[in-house]
Design a binder for this molecule. Structure first.
Ligand code: MTE
Ligand code: MO
Length: 468
C-alpha cells in the first residue's frame, strides 16, 4: 500500500457524488467506493460519508467493524492520505473561539464561529433519544469555560438574592426529568430561502433533536425561597447565560409568567442530558429547559434568573425570533410590534429518503421515516404521507412517545411504506402532521415567508428519482 498515490482531505471531499466519484477515508487510506455503493446492504446511507472519513459513521453503525468489511474496503483502496502540517496556533491567542469543545465529526456545520451544526438528517429518525454528540448545536457566541468550583446560579427574588453552588443545587433538591424535543425557530429555513433570501443560518431539517433532560424543578427551587410563581408580581421570568457579547451583555431570554405558570413543574434547570452531564456545547453546567417552547429560550450556561415587568432586553428576545407577514421587509419591519416566539407550531419532516436520492431500481414501494412535533406539549395524532406530490395520502405509523396528549413534549417518530406512482422517473414525497388541537401545517412556504426565516413548517417535500 505504501506505493499508492497521496491525496489531501480536500481531494477526497471533492469526490462526494456519483458524477464525481465517491471517495471515503478510513485510517490513512483513501477508497473509491463509487462501484460498491449499489451493493451496500445498508442502502444509500453510505452516501452520508461521501468525501469524508467513514469512521465516525461506523462508531454509530458498529456492525461494520469486522474483518470481512475491512477486506472489502481494501479492494477499493486507491491511495493514502497526505498529512498536511497543522497550522501554528500561536497567532490566534486573541481568538474568542480558541477554547471551543471537541465535536463529533458527524455534525454538519452551518457556521464554525460561532459553532452551529445539524446531525445528518438520515440518522435523525433512527433513535427516539438523539445521542448527545449528535444533538444539533446552536451557539450565538463562543462557548464559555466554566470552572465548576467557582460557579454559582444567581437568583434575584423579592425574598432575597441567593447564589447556589452546583453542589448545593444538585444535592439539596430532588431530580426531575422531562423528555423534550428542542427545535430552533430557524429549522427548515433553507426552504424559505428558495422563495426569497432571509437573514439567518441556512438550516436544513435537522435543527431539532430530542433528549431526556434531568435537573431541578424551577418551581420547587422558587418555593424553597418562598416565591410562589402563581402570586409573584411581575410579567416575565428572565434567564441569562454566561456567554457574553463583546460589550459584556449576556445571552438572555424570557417567557411570560403566564406561560411559566401554565408549565409550572415541567420547567427544569437541567444538569443532565440523556443521563450524562450536560456537555459544553449544550450548556454545561446548567441550562433551563422550558418544554414545548422555541430553542432560543432554552438558555444554556444558565447563570441568572429574575422576574421583570418587561421581556429580556437581549437582541435575541427583541430583535430576532419573531414572526412577520410575507410582505414585511427590512425597510418597514417593526420588531417591537411583533410577539416573541414561545410555543412553536406543528411541524414534521421526512428524514429518509433525502432530497435527490435515487430509489432502488424497479422499486414499487418506498419506506419513509421522519419526525413530527408540535409546541405547547400538543401531541401528534396523525401523520399523512404522499408519494405523488400530495394528490393521494396514506397514514404513517406513529411510534408512541410515551407521553400524554397535552403534555407531549417529545417528538413522535413515524414510518410508512407506501406505493410509488407507476411509470415515473421522479416523484415528490410529502409529509404533513396533525396535532391534538387539529392544527395542521400550511401546504406551501410562500405564504409563511418572513424576513428572519423562522417558523418554516410547510408540508415537507422530498424529490426522489425512480427508475422503472
Ligand atoms: N443559550 C445561550 N446561553 N446562548 C445561545 O447562543 N442559543 C439558543 C438556545 N440557548 C443559545 C442558548 C438557541 S437559538 C437554540 S435553538 C438552542 O439554545 C439550541 O440548543 P442546543 O445547542 O443545545 O441544540
Ligand atoms: Mo435557535
Amino acid at each position: 500500500k505504501d506505493g499508492l498515490p497521496l491525496y489531501t482531505a480536500a481531494d477526497v471531499s471533492a469526490h462526494d457524488s456519483k458524477e464525481k466519484g465517491i471517495w471515503v477515508i478510513y485510517g490513512n487510506g483513501v477508497y473509491d467506493i463509487t462501484e460498491y455503493v449499489v451493493q451496500h446492504p445498508g442502502g444509500t446511507k453510505i452516501l452520508m460519508a461521501a468525501g469524508k472519513s467513514i469512521e465516525p459513521f461506523w462508531e454509530v453503525y458498529s456492525v461494520h467493524k469486522n474483518d470481512e468489511i475491512y477486506e472489502i474496503m481494501e479492494s477499493y483502496r486507491i491511495g493514502n492520505i497526505k498529512e498536511v502540517p497543522a497550522k501554528s496556533k500561536t497567532s490566534d491567542a486573541n481568538d474568542p473561539y480558541k477554547n471551543e469543545p471537541q465535536r463529533s465529526p458527524l455534525l454538519i456545520p452551518s457556521s464554525e464561529k460561532p459553532f452551529n451544526a445539524e446531525p445528518p438528517v438520515q440518522m435523525l429518525a433512527d433513535q427516539f433519544l438523539t445521542p448527545n454528540d449528535m444533538f444539533y448545536v446552536r451557539n450565538h457566541l463562543p462557548v464559555p469555560c466554566v470552572c465548576i468550583d467557582d460557579f454559582t446560579l444567581d437568583l434575584a427574588l423579592s425574598t432575597g438574592t441567593p447564589s447556589l453552588t452546583f453542589d448545593e443545587l444538585t444535592k439539596k433538591f430532588p431530580k426531575h426529568s422531562v423528555t423534550a424535543a428542542i427545535q430552533c425557530a430557524g429549522n427548515r429555513r433553507s426552504e424559505m430561502v428558495k422563495v426569497k433570501p432571509v437573514k439567518g443560518l441556512n438550516w436544513g431539517s435537522a435543527a431539532i433533536s430530542n433528549a431526556k433532560f434531568s435537573g431541578v424543578s424551577l418551581n420547587e427551587l422558587l418555593r424553597h425561597y418562598n416565591v410562589d410563581i402563581d402570586t409573584v408580581r411581575a410579567k416575565y421570568i428572565v434567564f441569562e447565560g454566561l456567554d457574553t457579547q463583546p460589550d459584556g451583555s449576556p445571552y438572555g431570554a424570557s417567557i411570560p409568567l403566564e406561560l411559566a405558570r401554565l408549565l409550572k413543574n415541567d420547567i427544569i434547570i437541567a444538569y443532565e442530558m440523556n443521563g450524562e452531564q450536560l456537555s459544553r456545547d449544550h450548556g454545561y453546567p446548567l441550562r433551563i429547559i422550558i418544554p414545548g417552547v422555541v430553542g432560543a429560550r432554552q438558555v444554556k450556561w444558565l447563570k441568572k434568573i429574575y422576574f421583570s415587568p418587561e421581556e429580556s432586553t437581549s437582541h435575541w428576545q427583541r430583535r430576532d425570533y419573531k414572526g412577520f407577514n410575507a410582505s414585511t421587509d427590512w425597510h418597514n419591519v417593526d420588531f417591537d410590534k411583533s410577539v416573541s416566539i414561545s410555543q412553536l407550531p406543528v411541524i414534521s419532516a421526512i428524514c429518509d429518503p433525502v432530497e435527490g436520492q435515487e430509489l432502488e431500481e424497479g422499486a414499487e414501494e418506498v419506506t419513509l421515516k421522519g419526525y413530527a412535533w408540535s409546541g405547547g406539549g400538543r401531541g401528534i395524532i396523525r401523520v399523512d404521507v404522499s408519494a405523488d406530490g400530495g394528490k393521494t395520502w396514506h397514514e404513517a405509523t406513529l411510534k408512541p412517545n410515551g407521553q400524554t396528549p397535552y403534555h407531549s413534549y417529545a417528538w413522535t417518530l413515524w414510518e410508512a411504506d407506501i406505493p410509488l406512482p407507476k411509470g415515473m422517473t421522479q416523484t415528490e414525497l410529502v409529509v404533513k402532521a396533525v396535532d391534538i388541537s387539529y392544527n395542521v401545517q400550511p401546504d406551501s412556504v410562500a405564504g409563511i415567508w418572513n424576513l428572519r426565516g423562522c417558523l418554516s413548517n410547510a408540508w415537507h417535500r422530498v424529490n426522489v428519482k425512480v427508475s422503472p
